[in-house]
Design a protein around this ligand. Structure first.
Ligand SMILES: Cc1cc2nc3c(=O)[nH]c(=O)nc-3n(C[C@H](O)[C@H](O)[C@H](O)COP(=O)(O)OP(=O)(O)OC[C@H]3O[C@@H](n4cnc5c(N)ncnc54)[C@H](O)[C@@H]3O)c2cc1C
Length: 215
């Protein structure tokens, strides 16, 4: 009912993205009424053939690695919170951490998170100190980090039970933060399109097991 509900503690975003991961206020830019003069154009040329355009596009790999790093960090925080909580929460004469079924959740969470972290470290390492992370390894890292974060943060909510869904505890907030990261900088589906078509065309990620195909 208008006027009868308590004031929301969340800021209002007027239809724009919820700013993740912070709660900073948004500035709204209206591109419709911005006039771009020829002197303002920094990158000229046909997108298919322009070197500058290709360079610009390649820098999305930096953004994708940053996106993956935020997912890995958020998931690490959620996992650590769940582990701590499982040592404290008692059900009868046991803690949650004593239940094998819940130990297996922690095992899966930690394993997926480590896999994503290693893929990300590889992509960033391949860039070197001033280079650009390679596209295929970056797409794999972003996909793995997005999916790991979604899984880990969701399981962390589950492990905290009702508290997991409450704003008093941090894990529901972390889940909302990482959810947008699975869409921004190229969705998980678009990463998969790129990985799948690249591998089908003969591209090989930089792992030992693929070396014979590259040779
Ligand atoms: C938190 C956040 C931050 C963002 N930051 C920016 C930014 O800084 N700059 C910017 O320009 N944009 C930004 N975006 C926009 C973002 O890049 C787009 O939302 C995203 O690329 C998806 O495009 P779309 O919303 O038009 O969805 P659509 O293209 O309509 O896609 C809808 C669904 O269909 C899937 N889909 C679409 N095409 C295919 C296909 N060919 N094969 C398989 N699946 C497909 C998508 O994966 C998605 O699940 C941001 C979005 C979010 C959520």
């Amino acid at each position: 009912m208008p006027g009868s509900s308590p004031k929301s503690p969340e800021p209002e975003y007027e239809g724009d993205y919820r700013p993740a991961p912070s709660d900073n206020p948004l500035a709204h830019l209206d591109p419709v009424n911005v006039r771009v003069e020829p002197a303002d154009v920094l990158l000229w040329g046909d997108p298919a053939n322009s070197e500058s355009f290709k360079t610009l596009i390649s820098h999305i790999n930096h953004e994708r690695c940053g996106n993956a790093a935020m997912c890995v960090g958020a998931a690490q925080g959620a996992l650590e919170y769940a582990v701590q909580y499982m040592g404290e929460r008692r059900v009868g004469d046991k803690t949650l951490g004593d239940f094998q079924g819940l130990q297996w959740k922690i095992a899966d969470m930690a394993t997926q998170l480590e896999g994503a972290r290693l893929l990300l470290q590889r992509a960033v390492h391949m860039a070197g100190p001033h280079g650009t992370p390679p596209a295929l390894e970056t797409a794999m890292a972003k996909t793995a980090a997005n999916l790991a974060a979604k899984f880990v943060c969701d399981e962390a909510i589950q492990l905290l039970g009702g508290y997991g869904f409450s704003r008093e505890y941090p894990v529901e907030r972390v889940y909302r933060d990482i959810r947008g990261l699975c869409i921004g900088a190229g969705t998980v589906e678009i990463q998969r399109n790129f990985i799948g078509t690249s591998v089908l065309k003969g591209a090989t990620p930089a792992s030992d097991g693929w070396k014979s195909r590259r040779a």
